[in-house]
Design a protein around this ligand. Structure first.
Ligand code: SAH
Length: 385
């Protein structure tokens, strides 16, 4: 676990309360000469009631309220763009530090509301079919900025009439690789699942990874949360190309880590995401490879029709081939869903998220010469450039 200093001390010696889990907050309060149970009261105010003005927290002493206001000012990401798709999916472009932008998406369904949040500004993994990869990596988000997304979404959706608990599920499937930022992502997941905060069950908080094996083991050992793995190919040669981190953690190691996860959390499954790329990974032979690879593992498969973006050569598999792939997997006993593409008309679908990154990498600069990028003008509106 991270110490408070590591996660949340800002440059001006104030701390960021939003991103502290209960233990961190209690420790900090004790260091301030307060009783640890104040952490629960504070978490309820901030995360459940959505109150961030300490003056309104009437069950805390005036002295504590003043101390909090000066030592723990609450900073939230700033909404730069707010778009709603024709299917109701809502996407926000958020500015986190005056320079970096990230995206967050809310996907409403009949029985649940899923918030897809970002864990990093950009992404260091160069998955060839993902738009976020194109912009390169800038920095990790802090737990404060990660929970800031949840707080803001709840606040804005409550305002829009979605009821008291608009967000019922959270997926770490926005920008970034959450398992390359565990020091900030783990406390964030704990806050999401804490009954004094958002109280989501472990089945409703999902961390998605491209397969960072040592960090998957950290989940198995100390964070009981749902896990999704971006598979996309069941042979190393192809996965090395689609998900280059496979060169470091090949399939045999990835699947072994999944078995360890199931061994530690017996009644669970691993959700495998598989993007359907026309002529690349969608044949009957590929389906057989998936079946063989996942044999004996408690697994579900989510087939994701590829969402195109400017400059990509990949194409979405025809629907008939996606259906045939699903049938093959189902026949072998693998529960397989086809993910409905949501928010396409506002580029809010999987792999289409991109904010503006202050410090673009060489990879991006190189790609920019050949590819048209989505650009935002100075007023923050979205346009294609
Ligand atoms: N880095 C993490 C979190 C990102 S989750 C991970 O890799 O799991 C985003 C999901 O969308 C991943 O499964 C990713 O592989 C998938 N994805 C990325 N680009 C896509 C695209 N253009 N179309 C469909 N799915 C895509």
């Amino acid at each position: 676990m991270v110490s408070i200093g590591e996660t949340s001390e800002a440059t001006d010696n104030t701390v960021s309360l939003l991103g502290m889990n209960r233990k961190m907050l209690a420790d900090w309060l004790v260091a301030q000469g307060e009783k640890p149970f104040r952490a629960q009261q504070l978490m309820q105010w901030v995360h459940q009631r959505g109150v961030i003005d300490y003056a309104q927290m009437t069950d805390l002493s005036k002295v504590l309220r003043a101390k909090l206001a000066s030592l723990a000012p609450i900073r939230l990401p700033e909404v730069k763009v707010d778009q709603t798709a024709s299917d109701g999916t809502r996407k926000w472009l958020l500015e986190v530090d005056g320079a970096n932008a990230i995206e967050m998406v809310f996907i409403p369904e009949k029985t649940r509301g899923t918030l897809c949040i970002s864990s990093q500004v950009g992404c260091a993994l160069a998955c060839t079919f993902c738009m976020t990869a194109r912009q390169g990596f800038n920095r990790n988000l802090t737990s404060d900025e990660i929970i800031g997304q949840m707080w803001l979404a709840q606040h804005l959706l409550r305002q829009a009439g979605w009821g008291e608990q608009p967000v019922t599920n959270v997926v770490f499937m926005g920008m970034g690789e959450p398992l390359l930022n565990v020091n900030q992502v783990f406390p964030s997941a704990e806050i999401l699942m804490d009954d004094w905060a958002y109280g989501l069950s472990k089945r409703r908080v999902t961390i998605s990874t491209s397969g960072i094996v040592p960090a998957m083991d950290m989940i198995s050992e100390r964070l009981d949360v749902s896990m999704a793995v971006s598979l996309h190919a069941a042979n190393d040669a192809l996965r090395n190309v689609l998900v280059p981190v496979n060169q470091k953690y090949p399939l045999s190691e990835l699947i072994a880590a999944c078995h360890r996860y199931i061994a530690n959390y017996p009644n669970r499954h691993v959700m495998f995401e598989y993007v359907m790329l026309d002529g690349i990974n969608d044949s009957a032979a590929h389906a057989r490879e998936v079946i063989t690879l996942l044999q004996g593992l408690s697994a579900k498969v989510n087939l994701i029709p590829f969402n195109p973006f400017p400059g990509t050569d990949y194409k979405t598999s025809p629907h008939s081939r996606v259906l045939a792939f699903q049938q093959r997997l189902m026949k072998s006993g693998l529960q397989t869903n086809i993910r409905k593409t949501r928010g396409e008309d506002i580029d809010a679908a999987c792999g289409q998220l991109a904010g503006d990154v202050a410090d673009r990498t060489k990879r991006t600069a190189k790609l920019q010469q050949t590819i048209h990028f989505k650009r935002r003008d100075s007023k923050g509106s979205v346009k294609h450039g």
